[in-house]
Design a protein around this ligand. Sequence first.
Ligand SMILES: C/C(=C\C(=O)O)CCOP(=O)(O)O
Length: 444
Amino acid sequence: MTWDMRGYLDILDKKGELAVIKKKVSTKFEIAAVTSKVDGSKALLFENVRDTKFRVVSNLVGTRKRFAYAVGSTEDKIHTKVISAIKHASKPKLIPKAKFMENQSRDLFTLPIITHFEKEPGPFITSSIIYTKNQEMGTQNSSFNRLLRIDEKHFSIRMVEGRHLHRTFVHAKEHGEDLKVAISIGVHPAISIAGAYQADWGKDELEIANELLDKKLTLSKLPYSQMSVPSESEIIIEGKILQDKTHKEWMVEMLRTYDFKREQPVFELERIYFRDNPIFHDILAGFGEHQLLMGMPIEAKINKELKHVLPQTKNVVLTEGGCKWLHAVIQISKKHESDPKKAIDATFAAHRSLKNVVVVDDDIDPSDPVAVEYAMATRFQADTDLVIIPKVRGSSLDPSSDQKNLLTTKMGVDATKSFSKRSEGFEIAKIPGADKLSLKNYIK
Ligand SMILES: C/C(=C\C(=O)O)CCOP(=O)(O)O
């Protein structure tokens, strides 16, 4: 058993969760098109990619089931596992020898970077985790940032203002320096999950990954950037983010819509390292793997923070319709009339990008959109149970918002039973014996 992406692919293969594609495929649209068709189904390994020796994987963590395999858990215990890893985060071991040192290149065209969507400006690396030093705290930071290839030495790099990579970049710029970084592509998905989690300032997400991997993660220090990166990564890139250059880019985001054209910082290549028989990982923006990777760690975070404020919180779901980013359903065992409003406030506080929160009782399945709408239809009155928070900081992604100033209007819906109404009015009527009855005994 290895604790890298190859070990995870072996597990998927054994569980019948991996489809191997031998047909020759193009990095331009074709890999993206096949991946979009299997969304919500199997992981894909493309073995024969035109003009490259690299193989390509996609849809790695594209279902909750595979997400559970990635964190060594079961679907119902994902939040508990992630919350525990955050709590017990521990330092990975440093080893001198790294598998990715087997090969080197100084040309970004070595990599099979995928062109995904019709109107994007070029090929994007979408599974890239960036490692940099937090200068204030002296720790290392990991974050997902997508990279648009400009030429053989440069990427433009999408940074969300105020997030940790952006803060370290601004710090470097203010000190008249470029920011040295390392980038990994093709790691065990537990590392990607930790990288997608927004840990507190100064906390190293790789320590969470180490815990998710039962303390088996090893890191190796790089010669140029001095970053410690997963030793068993398929590909590592080193370089610097230039303090004084920008490039216009726009890409498809989690909402599967085109972002507006942004001037983004430019990365300059120092060196690429990669393993023998390397595998490149591509994540199709706006599809299952992307939304699960970004959304599930946030779900766990909201769950953890809500339970502090409101121990009667039962479950938290970021909905698929809300792209696992903008809409949440919170299930509570309501004890006081004020509980739902408390839940709404705490949920918005835990995830700044959120736009819509619906609170339901514990007899409503928060992952079932029909059940949630039923709760709204039967337990919600817009004049008393609706919370509107106008023009506050929201997600940079939502095209209906004021995207330049990052302002949006948020909505909280209390769809729980009111204590001041007759309780049978909310009781979902049962038919004695219906639960256990088998129709096979009646209809042949
Ligand atoms: C660029 C982002 C997500 C993605 O499409 O992968 C992050 C957006 O973060 P906000 O804080 O919601 O702007």
